[in-house]
Design a protein around this ligand. Structure first.
Ligand code: G3I
Length: 320
């Protein structure tokens, strides 16, 4: 955390409400987070599913706990995510309302959630994963009802109630220049042309098969073109995994080098934020996602001991 501050780097981790409830060693997540990082992302707590168990009821308990932990410990707080098609509540589909009602619903949702955390959430992932793998707009309930305009509106509504917050578009698989990243680039260009209040783009950086994943050079090139649009670029959900059939002999060393090189490429190209998708391996979403890849993708191990990747990052930051 100290070295991150010195390098003007926002170094964050996502945590889930499990940090306060499920793990037997509860305080360790909060302790490690606040000692080692200067930013926190709100994991699942602010997604519509966990937040709105019933149509007219918000449950802010988990989100409040994470946001307040961040505020109390001077962490930059990243709210994730105001608009997403995924992890919606059970009652959300099938949607039986008119297009206008869905628009009104989204406005109300964004005003309620972003408004509640005005002055506490510093950066919002306003729209998450709105582009399909082929670079076209993803067909979601929002898109069906409003077309691409839902994105403009989401940023405008967030800006109305949280004008001091930085507003981001966030997506996966756009870490290097490819078909999808080109689609996102074109979308963001259109948003900027239309005067939409967007501050930046989040590259999630889920490196599932790290040996074949994005090189630092390719990341750098991609960061630069988004920066050239006038946007900030953040790495927002990094984790580093390996195909179980092709794990390097010392994969923790490979992982360390990869984290180090990606962070270096980030810093060298004007990206000042890197967030890992969890503090310690036990909390990784990869534990429940895909059994064909390794599930120790983060900077701290199950016992909260720092891994080689932690020391590699520390070393890079100490020597810049
Ligand atoms: O909370 C329920 C629990 O009550 C239930 O018993 C259990 C049984 O399945 O499910 C629990 O909810 C799960 C939740 O994680 C909490 O663990 C959901 O099923 C599961 O779908 C959800 O997965 C999350 C996923 O987003 C949703 O698509 C992951 O934790 C979360 O790490 C992941 O995060 C996303 C980012 O938001 C966006 N970018 C990609 C990233 C990875 O997919």
């Amino acid at each position: 955390r100290e070295l991150a501050d010195k390098n003007d780097l926002t170094l964050g981790a996502s945590i889930t409400a499990d940090a306060f409830r499920t793990y037997p060693d509860d305080p360790a997540v909060a302790q490690t987070l606040t000692r080692e990082f200067n930013a926190v992302t709100t994991g699942n707590a602010l997604k519509m599913g966990p937040l709105r168990p019933e149509r007219y009821t918000y449950n802010f308990e988990d989100a409040d706990a994470i946001v307040n932990l961040g505020v109390k410990n001077d962490l930059l707080v990243r709210g994730h995510a105001l608009v997403w098609h995924n992890q919606t509540p059970g009652w959300f589909y099938p949607w039986e309302y008119t297009d206008d009602q869905l628009r009104e619903f989204l406005r109300d949702h964004i005003h309620t959630v972003a408004g509640r955390y005005r002055g506490k959430v510093d950066v919002w992932d306003v729209v998450n994963e709105a582009v399909a793998d082929d670079g076209t707009m993803r067909e979601t309930a929002w898109y069906d009802a409003m077309g691409e305009e839902y994105i403009d509106l989401a940023f405008q509504w967030a800006n109305e109630v949280a004008p001091e917050a930085d507003l981001f578009y966030n997506d996966y698989g756009i870490d290097e220049i490819n078909e999808k990243a080109d689609g996102v680039y074109a979308l963001l260009e259109r948003l900027l042309d239309r005067g939409v209040p967007i501050d930046g783009v989040g590259l999630q950086m889920h490196a599932f098969r790290a040996q074949e994943y994005v090189t630092p050079e390719a990341l750098g090139e991609n960061i630069r073109r988004f920066k050239d649009l006038g946007l900030d670029v953040h790495v927002t959900e990094m984790d580093v995994a390996y195909d179980r059939e092709n794990v390097p002999e010392d994969h923790l060393e490979h992982q360390a080098q990869y984290y180090r090189d990606i962070l270096e490429a980030c810093l060298d190209n004007g990206c000042d934020t890197l967030v890992t998708w969890g503090v310690h391996d036990t909390a990784s979403w990869l534990r429940n996602y895909d059994q064909t890849i390794t599930d120790d993708p983060l900077l701290f191990d199950e016992d909260f001991d720092p891994k080689p990747a932690y020391f590699a990052i520390k070393d890079l930051l100490a020597n810049r």
